[in-house]
Ligand binder design. Structure first.
Ligand SMILES: Cc1ncc(COP(=O)(O)O)c(C=O)c1O
Length: 387
């Protein structure tokens, strides 16, 4: 068993490079610009390595902008897109911000004076075509807060031909971890049908994230989507994937700390928690675990170490029994784990490691009590150091 402090986030640089190369290849072949959404993972080693492959970053906040700017010596263009744009971000980044996408016409009107002359302004659309079944993750749900409904935009443009004056681009993001680019193409065609005149007026369109790219061969409908906007309307097309870039390259490694009988299987308590992988609880899914076999004879409920009854990953089966000290590895945890993690119950955040192309591990960061105390509002205060 490999020696590492658990719980741990391990970033596999070989997988990250392979997935970034695939995204680069697909973007180049399609003729679109590739941005990365740091909301999926803003861990320092991820940002610096992703920066080598992208044309820029699509940040959601002032903190993300600052982090990319500070950590990545070469980061390409900087873009800001959020349901609520903060004027402080516009003021601080000024000319260095390549684009800002407003979520509503009211935000655009309010913040227009803060947009620098060389920053391109965009507007987020709600295409009103749903593909995500769970409304919690469907940007096109009814009464959605995300973007201007495309049908309403069409009516407003009909009433006021100058409505989009000053807006250079449109943006939509309407799916979640989908591998079906037919829905992206259907969305593009729908937008084309409803607001063709708006597409004639702008110079760029951003297709957002929400898709997992598997191979060039499986991306035909993606290429058609980019061509629809690029060739049909002469638009610069952007994509801003998050999960597609980082999901596969991140694992969470935990250690079994206690085992006792449950009703129909053993309970194995780990030194991690769903709070280190919050989407497990949010999405109610069972993450992939290395070594799990459907017909394994040794079955366990893998439980997190906090007081929440639902802090549990689900039932897993293995060929060999787990013992106290066994390591358990959660696969495909690179997206939305570290960026959503928290220290509920005072459980430390996982230690961050990178695994390089040769397989060797490097410890990058370890949580400690001072970080926990800083979050409690006691910045650098020696009076709360452990006795
Ligand atoms: C506007 C926008 N762009 C990009 C992304 C990244 O999406 P994903 O990680 O699914 O590719 C998101 C995710 O919520 C988003 O809201």
């Amino acid at each position: 068993m490999e020696k590492l402090d658990t719980p741990a986030y391990v970033i596999n640089e070989k997988i990250l490079a392979a997935d970034m190369c695939l995204l680069r290849q697909i973007a180049d072949q399609a003729g679109c610009r590739l941005l990365y959404s740091p909301k999926a993972s803003s861990l320092a080693p991820v940002l610096t390595r992703v920066a080598e492959h992208v044309d820029g970053f699509a940040c959601s906040s002032l903190f993300e902008l600052r982090l990319v700017d500070k950590l990545c010596s070469v980061h390409g263009s900087l873009h800001l897109v959020s349901p609520l744009i903060d004027d402080a971000a516009l003021d601080e980044f000024g000319d260095r911000l390549n684009s800002v996408t407003f979520n509503s016409l009211s935000q655009w009107q309010d913040l227009r004076p803060h947009v620098s002359a060389s920053t391109s302004a965009g507007l987020r659309l709600n295409p009103e075509l749903s593909f995500v079944h769970d409304p919690r993750y469907d940007p096109c749900r009814s009464n959605s807060k995300l973007g201007v409904p495309v049908s309403r935009l069409a009516e407003m443009i009909a009433a006021d031909r100058g409505l989009l004056r000053g807006i250079d681009g449109l943006h939509f993001h309407s799916n979640c971890e989908s591998t079906d680019f037919a829905s992206l193409l259907a969305t593009a065609r729908h937008i084309q049908d409803v607001i063709p005149e708006a597409l004639e007026e702008i110079s760029w369109i951003n297709l957002g994230g929400g898709y997992l790219f598997q191979s060039v061969e499986q991306s035909a409908a993606f290429f058609d989507t980019v061509a629809l906007f690029r060739d049909g309307f002469d638009l610069q097309v952007y994509i801003e994937p998050g999960a597609a870039a980082v999901r596969r390259s991140g694992t969470v490694v935990a250690t079994v700390r206690d085992i006792f009988p449950g009703e129909d299987c053993q309970i194995a308590v780990l030194d991690t928690s769903v709070n280190h992988m919050p989407e497990v609880l949010e999405f109610q899914f069972e993450p992939d675990v290395l070594g799990h076999v459907d017909d394994g004879v040794h079955t366990y409920s893998l439980a997190g170490c906090t007081c929440l009854a639902g802090d549990s990953f689900g039932q897993y089966a293995f060929d060999a029994p787990l013992t106290i000290g066994s390591q358990v590895t959660f696969m495909n945890m690179g997206a939305y784990s570290a960026s959503k993690a928290h220290r509920f119950n005072g459980v430390a955040l996982p230690t961050i490691y990178t695994r390089d192309e040769t397989g060797s591990l490097e410890k990058i960061w370890a949580d400690d009590f001072n970080e926990f105390a800083r979050n409690a509002g006691k910045v650098g205060s020696p009076d709360i150091a452990p006795a």
